[in-house]
Write a protein that binds this ligand. Structure first.
Ligand code: 3PG
Length: 306
C-alpha cells in the first residue's frame, strides 16, 4: 500500500525515519509531503494513496474526494477536528487518532505557560509563584491528568472536571472533583483547558466563565482556539485588568487583545504543544504501527468514526 505522510508542520527527523522503517518493513511504500503551502498541494498528493498520516493538516471533503483509493487516515495526535469524519465515513474510510502519544509534551507546555505568566513573561516585574495556588483542569483526559500530576508536584492544589468521568475517577486521578464548571472557574487561580473542539464546546468559554475567575487568575489554553468565545474573553480581560490569558493557539483577535492587554496575554506564534522530538516519535510511530496493523489484521481499536 502507498502511505502518504502529509505534514505542514513536519515531524522531527527521527520520527520520519521511524515511520518509514515500520511501514517499509511491512511492505508498504512511503511518500512525504512536508511544509506544503496550500490545500491544492495536499489534494494533488493524495491521488493514489491508500493511507494517510497527518497532524493538524486539514483532511477536508475535497481532500477525501481527491483520494479514490484512500482506506485509512491516521491523525498522529489527539484532536481530530481537522478531519471531515462525515466525508470519510461516507466512503467507508477508517479514521484513527493516536491518543496519549503526545500528551506529555502538551502537559509540559501548559505548566511552562503558567510559570511564564506568573513571572510576567520573563520580564523583571515582580511575579508570583505557582506553588500554593489552585489549578482547575477542564477535562481530565490524557493531557489533563499529566498536568494535574505535574502541578501537584509543584505544590499546587489540583481540581478537575470532566463530563465523562465520575467524581471518584477524578479522585483516582489525583485531583479534587469540582462541583461544576462554574465552580472550577470561580475557585481556580489557573484554569488549564483540555477539551476537544466539538459542536458542544466551540465558543463555550467566554465572558461569564472568565470574569468569574478569582483575582489575578490566568486562563491557559493548550487545546483549540475555537473553544474560546473571543469577544467574551476580550470583554472580560478589559473589565478585569488583573486577569491573564495564555494560549498555544493564537486567537483571531490577538492583535486587539495585545493592544488592550499588553503583557497579560500571550500566544505562541505557531502551535507548539506537541512539537517535541519525543512526542513526534511517539505519535508518528504509533500512527505507522496502527496502519500496518489495520492492513494486516483489520484492527480498528483507535478508530474515531465507528
Ligand atoms: C493534538 O491534537 O494532538 C495536538 O493539538 C497536536 O497537534 P499537532 O500535531 O498539529 O502539533
Amino acid at each position: 500500500m502507498k502511505v502518504l505522510v502529509a505534514t505542514q508542520k513536519p515531524f522531527a527527523a527521527a520520527a520520519v525515519r521511524g515511520i518509514k522503517d515500520i511501514l517499509e518493513a511491512a511492505g508498504h511504500s512511503v511518500e512525504l509531503l512536508e511544509k506544503y503551502e496550500s490545500q491544492a498541494d495536499l489534494i494533488a498528493a493524495v491521488a493514489s494513496t491508500q493511507a494517510l498520516i497527518v497532524r493538524s493538516d486539514k483532511v477536508t471533503a475535497e481532500v477525501i474526494a481527491a483520494a479514490p483509493a484512500l482506506k485509512i487516515v491516521v491523525r498522529a495526535g489527539a484532536g481530530y477536528d481537522n478531519v471531515d469524519l462525515a466525508a470519510a465515513s461516507g466512503r467507508g474510510i477508517v479514521v484513527m487518532n493516536t491518543p496519549g502519544q503526545n500528551s506529555n509534551a502538551v502537559a509540559e507546555l501548559a505548566i511552562a505557560m503558567m510559570i511564564f505568566m506568573a513571572r510576567t513573561q520573563f520580564t523583571p516585574a515582580t511575579g508570583s509563584e505557582i506553588s500554593g495556588k489552585t489549578i482547575g483542569i477542564q477535562a481530565f483526559g490524557n493531557v489533563g491528568r499529566l498536568v494535574g500530576a505535574k502541578a501537584k508536584a509543584l505544590g499546587m492544589k489540583v481540581k478537575a472536571i470532566d463530563p465523562f468521568l465520575k467524581p471518584e475517577q477524578i479522585v483516582d486521578g489525583g485531583a479534587e472533583p469540582a462541583e461544576s464548571l462554574e465552580e472550577l472557574y470561580a475557585t481556580s487561580d489557573y484554569v488549564s483547558i483540555h477539551i476537544p473542539a466539538t459542536p458542544q464546546t466551540i465558543g463555550s468559554i467566554g465572558y461569564d466563565l472568565v470574569s468569574s475567575m478569582p483575582k489575578g487568575a490566568t486562563l491557559v489554553n493548550t487545546a483549540r482556539k475555537e473553544v474560546i468565545d473571543e469577544e467574551g474573553l476580550l470583554k472580560a480581560l478589559e473589565e478585569r485588568p488583573d486577569l491573564k490569558y495564555i494560549t498555544d493557539v493564537a486567537p483571531d483577535n490577538y492583535a486587539l487583545l495585545q493592544e488592550k492587554c499588553g503583557l497579560r496575554v500571550f500566544a505562541t506564534p505557531k502551535k507548539m504543544g506537541a512539537q517535541t522530538a519525543e512526542a513526534n516519535v511517539n505519535a508518528g510511530l504509533a500512527a505507522a504501527r496502527q496502519i500496518v496493523d489495520y492492513f494486516a489484521t483489520g484492527n480498528v481499536r483507535f478508530q474515531v468514526n465507528k
